[in-house]
Design a protein around this ligand. Structure first.
Ligand SMILES: [Zn+2]
Length: 272
Protein backbone atom coordinates (compact mmCIF):
# COMPACT_ATOMS: atom_id res chain seq x y z
CA UNK A 1 0.00 0.00 0.00
CA UNK A 2 1.52 3.34 -0.99
CA UNK A 3 2.39 5.49 2.03
CA UNK A 4 3.61 9.08 2.24
CA UNK A 5 7.03 8.54 0.55
CA UNK A 6 5.55 6.68 -2.43
CA UNK A 7 2.90 9.37 -2.96
CA UNK A 8 5.53 12.12 -2.58
CA UNK A 9 7.76 10.42 -5.18
CA UNK A 10 4.82 10.38 -7.59
CA UNK A 11 4.05 14.03 -6.80
CA UNK A 12 7.62 15.13 -7.53
CA UNK A 13 7.70 13.22 -10.79
CA UNK A 14 4.30 14.30 -12.01
CA UNK A 15 4.44 18.00 -11.20
CA UNK A 16 6.95 19.07 -13.90
CA UNK A 17 5.34 16.72 -16.42
CA UNK A 18 1.80 17.97 -15.85
CA UNK A 19 2.19 21.68 -15.18
CA UNK A 20 0.24 23.66 -17.77
CA UNK A 21 -1.51 20.60 -19.26
CA UNK A 22 -5.11 21.10 -20.36
CA UNK A 23 -7.56 18.25 -19.79
CA UNK A 24 -9.52 16.73 -22.66
CA UNK A 25 -12.53 14.48 -22.00
CA UNK A 26 -11.85 11.69 -19.46
CA UNK A 27 -12.77 8.05 -20.11
CA UNK A 28 -14.21 6.23 -17.08
CA UNK A 29 -13.56 2.51 -17.52
CA UNK A 30 -14.80 2.02 -13.98
CA UNK A 31 -17.08 4.91 -13.00
CA UNK A 32 -17.16 3.93 -9.29
CA UNK A 33 -13.53 5.10 -9.10
CA UNK A 34 -14.94 8.62 -9.08
CA UNK A 35 -15.88 9.62 -5.54
CA UNK A 36 -19.03 11.48 -6.60
CA UNK A 37 -22.66 10.38 -6.72
CA UNK A 38 -22.67 11.45 -10.36
CA UNK A 39 -19.51 10.45 -12.30
CA UNK A 40 -20.95 11.99 -15.50
CA UNK A 41 -20.56 15.39 -13.90
CA UNK A 42 -16.85 14.63 -13.42
CA UNK A 43 -16.54 13.77 -17.13
CA UNK A 44 -18.41 16.90 -18.17
CA UNK A 45 -16.58 19.27 -15.81
CA UNK A 46 -12.92 18.36 -16.33
CA UNK A 47 -12.29 19.25 -20.01
CA UNK A 48 -10.58 22.62 -20.49
CA UNK A 49 -9.23 22.85 -16.94
CA UNK A 50 -5.50 23.57 -16.61
CA UNK A 51 -3.03 22.01 -14.15
CA UNK A 52 -1.24 24.56 -11.95
CA UNK A 53 0.70 22.44 -9.45
CA UNK A 54 0.48 19.32 -7.31
CA UNK A 55 0.26 19.22 -3.51
CA UNK A 56 0.02 16.37 -1.05
CA UNK A 57 -1.49 15.79 2.38
CA UNK A 58 -0.64 12.39 3.88
CA UNK A 59 -1.42 9.84 1.17
CA UNK A 60 -3.69 12.20 -0.80
CA UNK A 61 -2.44 13.85 -3.98
CA UNK A 62 -4.09 17.16 -4.83
CA UNK A 63 -3.76 18.35 -8.42
CA UNK A 64 -4.55 22.07 -8.32
CA UNK A 65 -6.33 23.34 -11.41
CA UNK A 66 -7.05 26.83 -12.67
CA UNK A 67 -10.54 26.06 -11.38
CA UNK A 68 -10.93 23.46 -8.63
CA UNK A 69 -8.84 20.57 -7.35
CA UNK A 70 -8.49 17.00 -8.62
CA UNK A 71 -7.65 14.72 -5.69
CA UNK A 72 -6.35 11.14 -5.93
CA UNK A 73 -6.04 8.46 -3.26
CA UNK A 74 -4.30 5.27 -4.40
CA UNK A 75 -5.47 3.13 -1.44
CA UNK A 76 -4.17 -0.47 -1.72
CA UNK A 77 -2.99 -0.93 -5.29
CA UNK A 78 -3.61 2.27 -7.24
CA UNK A 79 -1.05 3.67 -9.70
CA UNK A 80 -0.87 6.94 -11.57
CA UNK A 81 0.98 6.61 -14.82
CA UNK A 82 1.93 9.41 -17.16
CA UNK A 83 2.08 8.46 -20.84
CA UNK A 84 3.10 10.51 -23.85
CA UNK A 85 0.46 8.96 -26.05
CA UNK A 86 -3.06 8.50 -24.69
CA UNK A 87 -3.77 5.59 -27.07
CA UNK A 88 -1.71 3.44 -24.65
CA UNK A 89 -3.81 0.69 -23.06
CA UNK A 90 -3.14 -1.44 -20.06
CA UNK A 91 -4.72 -3.99 -17.72
CA UNK A 92 -6.46 -2.54 -14.68
CA UNK A 93 -6.95 0.83 -16.36
CA UNK A 94 -9.84 2.40 -14.43
CA UNK A 95 -9.76 6.03 -15.49
CA UNK A 96 -8.00 7.63 -18.42
CA UNK A 97 -7.37 11.39 -18.23
CA UNK A 98 -6.15 12.55 -21.62
CA UNK A 99 -4.80 16.05 -22.28
CA UNK A 100 -5.40 18.09 -25.40
CA UNK A 101 -1.77 17.49 -26.51
CA UNK A 102 -2.51 13.68 -26.66
CA UNK A 103 -0.46 12.80 -23.57
CA UNK A 104 -2.46 11.36 -20.66
CA UNK A 105 -2.56 10.51 -17.00
CA UNK A 106 -3.81 6.94 -16.43
CA UNK A 107 -5.25 5.67 -13.18
CA UNK A 108 -4.68 1.91 -12.84
CA UNK A 109 -5.85 -0.19 -9.92
CA UNK A 110 -5.90 -3.95 -9.54
CA UNK A 111 -8.09 -3.97 -6.42
CA UNK A 112 -10.34 -1.00 -7.22
CA UNK A 113 -10.28 0.78 -3.83
CA UNK A 114 -8.60 3.99 -5.00
CA UNK A 115 -10.64 7.12 -5.66
CA UNK A 116 -10.56 10.37 -7.65
CA UNK A 117 -12.51 13.47 -6.67
CA UNK A 118 -13.06 16.76 -8.43
CA UNK A 119 -13.95 19.58 -6.04
CA UNK A 120 -14.45 23.24 -6.83
CA UNK A 121 -13.02 24.82 -3.64
CA UNK A 122 -10.65 24.07 -0.74
CA UNK A 123 -13.67 24.08 1.58
CA UNK A 124 -15.41 21.43 -0.53
CA UNK A 125 -12.21 19.36 -0.61
CA UNK A 126 -11.95 19.51 3.17
CA UNK A 127 -15.62 18.61 3.61
CA UNK A 128 -15.85 15.86 0.99
CA UNK A 129 -12.41 14.23 1.12
CA UNK A 130 -10.15 15.36 3.97
CA UNK A 131 -12.71 15.65 6.77
CA UNK A 132 -11.05 13.20 9.16
CA UNK A 133 -7.47 13.66 8.00
CA UNK A 134 -4.91 15.17 10.37
CA UNK A 135 -1.90 17.35 9.41
CA UNK A 136 0.69 15.96 7.02
CA UNK A 137 3.27 14.35 9.28
CA UNK A 138 6.24 15.42 7.14
CA UNK A 139 5.34 18.98 6.12
CA UNK A 140 2.70 20.33 8.48
CA UNK A 141 3.73 19.13 11.91
CA UNK A 142 6.59 20.72 13.87
CA UNK A 143 8.04 19.02 16.95
CA UNK A 144 6.04 21.25 19.29
CA UNK A 145 2.74 20.41 17.57
CA UNK A 146 3.64 16.72 17.49
CA UNK A 147 4.24 16.69 21.26
CA UNK A 148 1.06 18.66 21.83
CA UNK A 149 -1.03 16.24 19.73
CA UNK A 150 0.60 13.31 21.52
CA UNK A 151 -0.29 14.75 24.93
CA UNK A 152 -3.94 14.86 23.87
CA UNK A 153 -3.95 11.24 22.70
CA UNK A 154 -2.55 9.37 25.68
CA UNK A 155 -4.71 6.28 25.46
CA UNK A 156 -3.75 3.30 23.37
CA UNK A 157 -0.56 1.99 21.85
CA UNK A 158 1.93 4.11 19.99
CA UNK A 159 1.79 2.06 16.79
CA UNK A 160 -2.00 2.33 16.61
CA UNK A 161 -1.78 6.09 17.08
CA UNK A 162 0.83 6.53 14.33
CA UNK A 163 -1.38 4.57 11.93
CA UNK A 164 -4.38 6.78 12.73
CA UNK A 165 -4.64 9.24 9.82
CA UNK A 166 -6.78 11.53 11.98
CA UNK A 167 -3.83 11.98 14.36
CA UNK A 168 -1.36 12.73 11.59
CA UNK A 169 -1.49 11.80 7.92
CA UNK A 170 1.03 9.79 5.94
CA UNK A 171 2.30 6.75 7.86
CA UNK A 172 1.17 3.22 7.03
CA UNK A 173 2.23 -0.16 8.32
CA UNK A 174 5.70 -0.33 6.76
CA UNK A 175 7.04 3.10 7.67
CA UNK A 176 5.48 2.99 11.16
CA UNK A 177 7.52 -0.13 11.98
CA UNK A 178 10.66 1.49 10.58
CA UNK A 179 10.13 4.71 12.56
CA UNK A 180 9.55 2.85 15.82
CA UNK A 181 12.66 0.75 15.21
CA UNK A 182 14.79 3.81 14.51
CA UNK A 183 13.57 5.48 17.68
CA UNK A 184 14.10 2.36 19.81
CA UNK A 185 10.46 2.22 20.92
CA UNK A 186 8.52 -1.03 21.28
CA UNK A 187 5.39 -0.80 19.06
CA UNK A 188 3.30 -2.09 21.98
CA UNK A 189 4.22 0.79 24.29
CA UNK A 190 1.35 2.86 25.62
CA UNK A 191 1.44 6.48 24.53
CA UNK A 192 1.08 7.68 28.12
CA UNK A 193 4.27 5.84 29.10
CA UNK A 194 6.51 7.59 26.57
CA UNK A 195 9.05 9.99 28.03
CA UNK A 196 9.37 13.37 26.35
CA UNK A 197 12.88 12.47 25.17
CA UNK A 198 11.45 9.33 23.52
CA UNK A 199 8.66 11.29 21.85
CA UNK A 200 11.24 13.74 20.49
CA UNK A 201 13.39 10.92 19.19
CA UNK A 202 10.31 9.36 17.59
CA UNK A 203 9.51 12.62 15.82
CA UNK A 204 13.04 12.92 14.44
CA UNK A 205 12.99 9.25 13.41
CA UNK A 206 9.73 9.74 11.52
CA UNK A 207 11.17 12.65 9.51
CA UNK A 208 14.39 10.72 8.87
CA UNK A 209 12.70 7.51 7.73
CA UNK A 210 10.23 9.35 5.48
CA UNK A 211 13.05 11.39 3.92
CA UNK A 212 15.02 8.21 3.27
CA UNK A 213 11.95 6.55 1.77
CA UNK A 214 11.53 9.47 -0.64
CA UNK A 215 15.24 9.62 -1.42
CA UNK A 216 15.28 5.96 -2.46
CA UNK A 217 12.15 6.24 -4.59
CA UNK A 218 9.68 4.59 -2.20
CA UNK A 219 9.08 0.95 -1.28
CA UNK A 220 7.92 -1.60 -3.84
CA UNK A 221 6.46 -4.84 -2.52
CA UNK A 222 3.71 -5.71 -4.94
CA UNK A 223 2.14 -3.01 -7.05
CA UNK A 224 3.72 0.32 -6.35
CA UNK A 225 5.29 2.01 -9.36
CA UNK A 226 6.30 5.62 -9.72
CA UNK A 227 4.67 7.86 -12.32
CA UNK A 228 7.02 6.54 -15.02
CA UNK A 229 6.35 2.90 -14.16
CA UNK A 230 9.66 2.34 -12.32
CA UNK A 231 10.13 0.47 -9.03
CA UNK A 232 11.22 2.01 -5.73
CA UNK A 233 14.35 0.88 -3.90
CA UNK A 234 13.61 1.44 -0.21
CA UNK A 235 12.42 -2.20 0.22
CA UNK A 236 16.13 -3.12 0.09
CA UNK A 237 16.91 -0.71 2.93
CA UNK A 238 14.22 -1.61 5.45
CA UNK A 239 15.62 -2.33 8.90
CA UNK A 240 12.79 -4.49 10.29
CA UNK A 241 9.68 -4.60 8.10
CA UNK A 242 9.34 -7.96 6.31
CA UNK A 243 12.54 -9.26 7.96
CA UNK A 244 11.23 -11.74 10.54
CA UNK A 245 13.97 -14.10 11.83
CA UNK A 246 16.67 -12.10 10.08
CA UNK A 247 19.43 -10.51 12.16
CA UNK A 248 19.27 -7.01 13.53
CA UNK A 249 22.66 -5.22 13.61
CA UNK A 250 22.61 -5.80 17.40
CA UNK A 251 22.75 -9.57 16.83
CA UNK A 252 19.17 -10.33 17.93
CA UNK A 253 16.56 -11.82 15.60
CA UNK A 254 13.84 -9.56 14.30
CA UNK A 255 10.44 -10.65 15.60
CA UNK A 256 6.94 -10.40 14.21
CA UNK A 257 3.86 -9.80 16.31
CA UNK A 258 0.44 -8.21 15.93
CA UNK A 259 -0.28 -4.66 17.10
CA UNK A 260 -3.42 -2.72 16.26
CA UNK A 261 -4.49 -5.72 14.16
CA UNK A 262 -1.51 -5.34 11.85
CA UNK A 263 1.53 -7.55 11.32
CA UNK A 264 4.32 -5.75 13.16
CA UNK A 265 8.07 -6.22 12.90
CA UNK A 266 10.47 -5.13 15.63
CA UNK A 267 13.76 -5.95 17.36
CA UNK A 268 13.09 -7.22 20.90
CA UNK A 269 16.55 -6.06 22.00
CA UNK A 270 16.74 -2.58 20.40
CA UNK A 271 13.15 -1.54 21.05
CA UNK A 272 12.08 -0.96 24.65
ZN1 LIG B 1 18.37 -4.97 17.47
Amino acid sequence: MPELPEVEVIRRELEPLLKGKVFAEPALHMPSTIGHPNPDLFTASLPGRIIKNINRTGKYLMIKLDRGILTVHLRMTGNLLYVENSAFEKRFLRVSLPFIDCSALHYLDMRRFGRLWLTETEAELKEMVLKRIGPDILNDLCLEDFLELLSRRQRGRIKALLLDQGFAAGLGNIYTDECLYRSGIDPNRRVQDLKESEAEKLYQSILGVLDDGIKYGGTTFRDYRNARGALGDFQNRLAVYGRKDELCHCGAFIAKTKVAGRGTYYCPRCQK
